[in-house]
Write a protein that binds this ligand. Structure first.
Ligand code: PSV
Ligand code: MN
Length: 396
């Protein structure tokens, strides 16, 4: 007989899937330079292969997020190659990310550019991305804009807002009924004075203006220091506007560090708000859990496995919270009682039960160990090192 804790954890693990980003396997760095890794992926095929390896040992990463420019350089024509890779490696294309920031034309913005012909070009790329997603059976199109300005007075903030409203409304009209447009916000970087979609308030406004299939995407690194992210999550849930997450951890800015490496309790609190909402409303929140990290020093596949297993642990811990008891404690203002219910769940070692669950699924009980013993890393290091020694481009 399973204890109620293990039943809760088993149920939570059955439901928990997390998407990995193709760009997490490629060489990346900082604005100060890149340290190339001999085993980094240099082609889209290698990214699929690495993602398949992560899924093989964890069992919870069936999809890979794709960035159009980096993974589908020929746009719509590249969908044939992606479909073949998906079949070959048993990994489904996940969210599709248009690239509206890298091309020289986007120096002064994309949807918010004062030049109508550049706005049109950005919209065409977005429409192509929606069609790419349709051809690949991907549901979500993740919109992140680097648009903004560096100096006061240099941009008409209100007009740019209106251009964003128009562009997103138009993009939304091209979605098929089951697709979603996820709108990601970020308060700074690459722009340092104003960002056109700087916070969740702006994102929710634009999503509502765009149409019913537009939702907000919360990238955990896209907040100011010490901002209460779980409160934002709770509000978005209550407004039925939370579409998904880009998980990563941060110490200072948008650092894209391993999930939970700096503040695991933060991730736990986010998961708790979601599971508490689901319990209270007897519903399943339709949320895409995705990772958005770049590992310029840690081994890429190893780090992705580490991230996925930590996310799984934190989700399992959150599933241990006794919602009925929290609700009662909140109602009678039993502060220590309510808080302790969260702390007790967070402090429970869920790893033995997760190992049991993995065994019940025929998965390795220690995914990282299984990967390191598989010989895959040695093989790709040999195969890729020469190419990586020359390849200084990032992401693609
Ligand atoms: C921007 O910082 C971001 O979070 C967006 O989601 C991009 O698509 C991703 O990182 C990769 O640059
Ligand atoms: Mn992101």
């Amino acid at each position: 007989m399973k204890s109620s804790a293990s039943t809760r954890i088993f149920e939570a693990l059955e439901a928990f899937r997390i998407e990995i980003p193709s760009w997490g396997f490629a060489n990346t760095g900082t604005r100060f330079g890149k340290f190339l890794q001999p085993a980094a992926a240099t082609t889209t095929e290698e990214k699929f292969s690495d993602a398949a390896e992560v899924h093989r040992v964890t069992g919870i990463c069936p999809t890979i997020a794709l960035h159009v420019l980096w993974d589908l350089p020929q746009g719509l024509t590249s969908t044939k190659e992606i479909s073949a890779l998906s079949t070959g490696y048993g990994i489904q294309p996940g969210s599709i990310n248009p690239n509206l920031f890298q091309d020289q034309t986007y120096k002064h913005g994309s949807f918010g550019n004062p030049d109508a012909s550049i706005r049109k070009r950005a919209l065409e790329h977005t429409k192509d991305s929606i069609e790419i997603a349709q051809r690949l059976n991907s549901r979500d199109i993740s919109m992140w804009f680097a648009d903004g300005s560096n100096y006061p007075g240099t941009a008409n903030i209100r007009r740019r807002k209106a251009w964003f409203e128009d562009g997103l409304r138009e993009a939304h009209s091209h979605l098929s009924p089951d697709q979603r447009l996820l709108i990601e916000y970020k308060p700074f970087e690459p722009a340092f004075y104003h960002t056109d979609i700087a916070d969740w308030g702006m994102a929710i406004h634009l999503a509502r203006t765009a149409g019913p299939q537009a939702k907000v995407l919360v990238d955990t690194g896209h907040h100011y220091q010490s901002q209460n992210i779980e409160q934002i999550v709770a509000w978005l849930l209550s407004e039925e506007m939370l579409g998904g997450f880009h998980f990563n951890d941060r110490r200072y800015a948008d650092d894209d560090l391993t999930i939970g490496s700096i503040d695991p309790y933060q991730v736990f609190r986010i998961f708790h708000e979601i599971l508490f909402y689901e319990w209270e409303n007897d519903t399943e929140a339709d949320i895409a859990y995705m990772i958005d990290q770049s590992h310029n020093l840690k081994g890429k596949i190893e780090e992705t496995i580490q991230t996925v297993t930590i996310a799984q642990q934190l989700f399992a811990k959150a599933a241990l919270v006794d919602h009925q008891a929290v609700s009662q404690a909140q109602d009678c203002c039993d502060l220590i009682g309510a808080e302790s219910l969260l702390q007790d769940a967070f402090n429970t070692d869920v790893r033995p039960i997760i190992r049991e669950w993995r065994q019940s699924k025929g998965l390795p009980s220690d995914p990282l160990k299984a990967f390191l013993e598989s010989g895959y890393l040695e093989r790709i290091t040999k195969e890729r090192s020469a190419r990586n020694a020359q390849n200084v481009s990032s992401y693609a």
